[in-house]
Design a protein around this ligand. Structure first.
Ligand SMILES: *Cc1c(COP(=O)(O)O)cnc(C)c1O
Length: 477
């Protein structure tokens, strides 16, 4: 047969698992990022694929030979760039089971296990984070695992567009986009929102940039309210407001409760993008990240909330968690049922078909890797992981404050520290170049108020106190 037998898989599997374990164990012998010229890896391939099979047992060493000196190591504990994507070995074990099942969970009936594990795990996580019960499948809303926060923003926008102009007779929007639809962000909002606006066909005018409050990098709710009122008076349609909790650049947060209050009179959907910071709500002391998200006696709460398990919650990419408070909102916008997808269980209304919560039809059993993490770490293990990185960021910030040549560009947020050289912009740019040239760490630059800044994000699965010492050695030299 054109595949391994289960017994061949068993014995080869040990070799492959060994290769993964060896790579992780030895990762610090390598720089975080190899200096590699474009085309290097491709040049190691022949033009044509081989005609004859070759033994898979040699494959791990072949991969190592081709890519082992020409990559950027995201699982290196010195990786402090962007936001680290901590692919824990725990989650890889769940990933293996998921690939092994090879299930397609598009409908409940195509994989009841895929669907219901995802429902159960997202409900458990919603409660552990402190999200209101209305975000759970039990409570009339529900969570789903998307491939990315970018996709989560796109499906939220699609649902918001639908809600703004539904046609119950056809299930479609009553009309295509008219040019009047508006989406509200700030200059600090992640670019995935602008991309969602493009994909949805809204055009450049569809994206409105709300001013930030003076001296902050957070949306000014008064400016939002004024812009919404002006737009409505001009015949425009506010469709969605995105509030960010923990921006990518500096960790700033928009005032969610005030954003909800400003958006509510206009019926605009409020989406919270907490891709990086949201998981911190597992720790009671960081639960401020949910401020304004939950409904309260005097406030409506948001429509959707997104956080990436694949950034800081130990789960290998891809696992972005999207919760909505109305379980019908995404299917209303996305459900289309040709004869070959018709299903008695779907018709019964008693099940969730996750195909209606995303753009693609097919979907992987992603919940298994998340379940493996929850099962294998427990909430206490997850909190210890998050708290360890927050403590490292606090310690780095202390050292920066006390150092003559360095200063904080803004207050640290959770595990993110933004700093610069006291000597000015050129020195800051040089600091970033020197640090990244060292090989032991990798950092990303950004700008605050037009000036260069060095970002340090803690979050690697193996990043511990000893790596703060290495980082400090590099930064303070
Ligand atoms: C990383 C990030 C995103 C995009 O995440 P993906 O899951 O890779 O699409 C969106 N928003 C914020 C705030 C982020 O930090």
């Amino acid at each position: 047969m054109p595949d391994l037998t289960p017994d061949e898989f068993r014995s080869l599997g040990h070799l492959f698992v060994d290769a993964v374990a060896d790579a992780r164990a030895g990762i610090e012998r390598h720089p975080v990022r190899d200096a590699v010229a474009p085309g290097t890896v491709r040049a190691r391939f022949a033009r044509e694929a081989g005609e004859d099979p070759e033994p898979l047992a040699a494959f791990p060493s072949l991969v190592e030979a081709v890519t082992g000196d020409a990559d950027t190591r995201w699982q290196h504990p010195g990786f402090h760039a962007f936001f680290p994507a901590n692919a824990s070995l725990t989650s890889l074990l769940g990933e293996l089971l998921s690939g092994g099942a090879g299930a397609q969970g598009m409908l409940w009936s195509t994989s009841p296990a895929c669907t219901e594990v995802e429902q159960a795990v997202t409900d458990q996580l919603a409660r552990a984070l402190g999200l209101d019960e209305t975000f759970t499948h039990d409570g009339g809303g529900g969570g789903s695992i998307q491939d990315s926060a970018s996709s989560a923003a796109l499906v939220a926008l699609t649902a918001a567009l639908h809600r703004a102009a539904p046609d119950p007779a056809t299930g479609w929007r009553a009309r295509g986009v008219t040019g009047a639809e508006r989406v509200y962000v700030t200059a600090e909002t992640h670019s995935s929102l602008a991309k969602a606006v493009r994909v949805a066909g809204l055009g450049a005018g569809g994206l409105r940039s709300v001013a930030c409050s003076p001296g902050t990098r957070a949306m000014d709710p008064a400016a939002l309210a004024a812009m919404l009122a002006d737009d409505v008076a001009a015949g425009l349609v506010p469709v969605l407001v995105c509030a960010t909790v923990g921006t990518t650049s500096t960790g700033a947060s928009d005032p969610v409760a005030e954003v909800v209050a400003a958006a509510a009179p206009h019926g605009a959907w409020v989406h919270v993008d907490a891709a990086w910071a949201g998981v911190a709500a597992l720790c009671p002391e960081h639960r401020w990240v949910l401020g304004g998200v939950n409904p309260a006696p005097d406030a409506g709460g948001v429509d959707s909330f997104c956080t990436d398990a694949h950034k800081w919650l130990l789960t290998a990419f891809d696992a972005s968690l999207l919760w909505v408070r109305d379980a019908t909102a995404l299917p209303a916008a996305l459900s289309i049922t040709p004869p070959y997808l018709r299903d008695a269980h779907s018709d019964s209304g008693a099940v969730v078909d996750f195909r209606d919560w995303q753009v693609p039809l097919g979907r992987r059993f992603r919940a298994l890797k998340l379940w493996a993490v929850l099962h294998g770490q427990g909430l206490s293990g997850l909190r210890a992981h998050l708290r360890g990185h927050v403590a490292l960021a606090a310690e780095l910030a202390e050292r920066v404050r006390a150092h003559d040549g360095l200063e904080l560009a803004c207050d640290p947020v959770l595990s993110l520290v933004c700093l610069r050289a006291s000597a000015g912009d050129a020195a800051t740019t040089a600091l970033l170049e020197r640090a990244n040239g060292d090989g032991r760490v990798l950092l990303t630059g950004t700008e605050v108020a037009g000036h260069p800044v060095v970002r340090v994000a803690f979050g690697g699965v193996a990043t511990g106190p000893e790596h703060l010492e290495i980082l400090w050695d590099v930064l303070s030299a």
